[in-house]
Design a protein around this ligand. Structure first.
Ligand SMILES: [Zn+2]
Ligand SMILES: [Zn+2]
Length: 323
């Protein structure tokens, strides 16, 4: 006997939603996920009527789901997708990015493709090679460089194109990991900055929003698959070379979630609510970002040189790896 969907009772259930105990059909799963996205957008005024939004498209299932839902909620003419190639040997995602370009075309969303190398001069591999060869030793992990570089590129395109927001496909698991990492590091300011309502002042910094932050990774995977996305998510090779704190935290959270389904959802809800009152007290109101002395990009108030310039400083001065 075919199992019926717990919500509509009509269609065949194809997914088991662990945190709710519901068995859902494709359409009810999509609607449930979309509802959480709309809730987040409204609760935190992430996207306002008339806003033009740059969507960071990694080519993975999360960005696929994000793109589809935003293109349904907003006029595609207000959306632009940006795909950034990291430049990692053996992690060639050309096929996936072409697929995403086609999806954008079908949805009527303009799509731009660029790379770390093209925009910043150095790919992730360039950066790691430089660290191996330099005398100053290990400066930062590939993930640190990649993350900072991608954020920078997203921000500059949004600014250049005069857009109002940058939307990224961070899911619930990503968001909880980042919160936990900052708690473990004891970094309260960073913790506050993660809150969707926190904002710092700089005309050069375009507000970043994460509309699918209440959606589990397993849900975006299920949904993407059901919507026709056929790519296996390939783990970046740098993760296995040197596991970061994030990997350790992820492992811990995965086992907690197995033991008590819904634990991450409850954690995020709890910490959002707890921090909201602190953020609303206006901790960031008086904070004006300073601008990097080397590149002019916004940086933390206590910095003279931004984190990106600090990372690539050695490469820049030696002139290595720049074509
Ligand atoms: Zn249903
Ligand atoms: Zn700089």
């Amino acid at each position: 006997m075919e199992l019926r969907c717990s919500i509509c009772g009509v269609k065949r259930a194809v997914a088991y939603q662990r945190h709710s105990g519901l068995k859902l059909c494709r359409d009810c799963l999509y609607e449930d996920v979309k509802k959480r996205v709309i809730d987040q957008i409204n609760r935190y005024s992430m996207i306002l009527p008339g806003d033009r939004v740059l969507i960071g498209l990694s080519g993975g299932k999360d960005s696929f789901v994000l793109l589809n839902i935003l293109a349904e909620l907003y006029s595609p003419s207000k959306l632009i997708g940006l795909m950034i190639e990291e430049g990692i040997y053996g992690y060639n995602r050309g096929e996936v990015l072409e697929y995403m370009e086609n999806i954008c075309r079908e949805l009527g969303v303009e799509c731009i493709r660029t790379s770390l190398k093209k925009d910043l001069g150095y790919s992730v591999d360039d950066y790691m090679k430089y660290q191996l060869a330099s005398n100053s030793g290990y400066i930062a992990s590939a993930c640190t460089y990649c993350g900072i570089a991608r954020r920078r590129i997203l921000n500059s395109y949004a600014r250049m194109l005069g857009l109002d927001k940058v939307a990224t496909g961070h899911n619930l698991d990503d968001e909880v990991q980042t919160y936990v990492i900052n708690i473990l590091r004891g970094d309260f300011m960073r913790l506050l900055q993660l809150h969707p309502l926190s904002s710092v002042h700089s005309t050069k910094l375009i507000k970043r929003v994460k509309p699918i932050r209440m959606v589990y990774e397993y849900e975006t995977a299920l949904l993407a698959y059901m919507m026709g996305y056929r790519f296996q998510e390939v783990e970046c090779p740098y993760i296995s070379i040197r596991p970061t704190l994030r990997v350790k935290v992820r492992e811990m959270l995965v086992s907690l979630e197995m033991w008590s389904p819904g634990v991450q959802l409850r954690f995020l809800e709890f910490i959002d609510t707890t921090l909201e009152s602190v953020v609303k007290m206006g901790v960031f109101k008086s904070i004006e970002l300073s601008h990097c002395r080397l590149c002019g990009e916004p940086t933390s108030p206590n910095r003279v040189i931004c984190k990106f310039c600090e990372l690539i400083d050695g490469m820049r001065t030696s002139g290595s790896y720049r074509q």
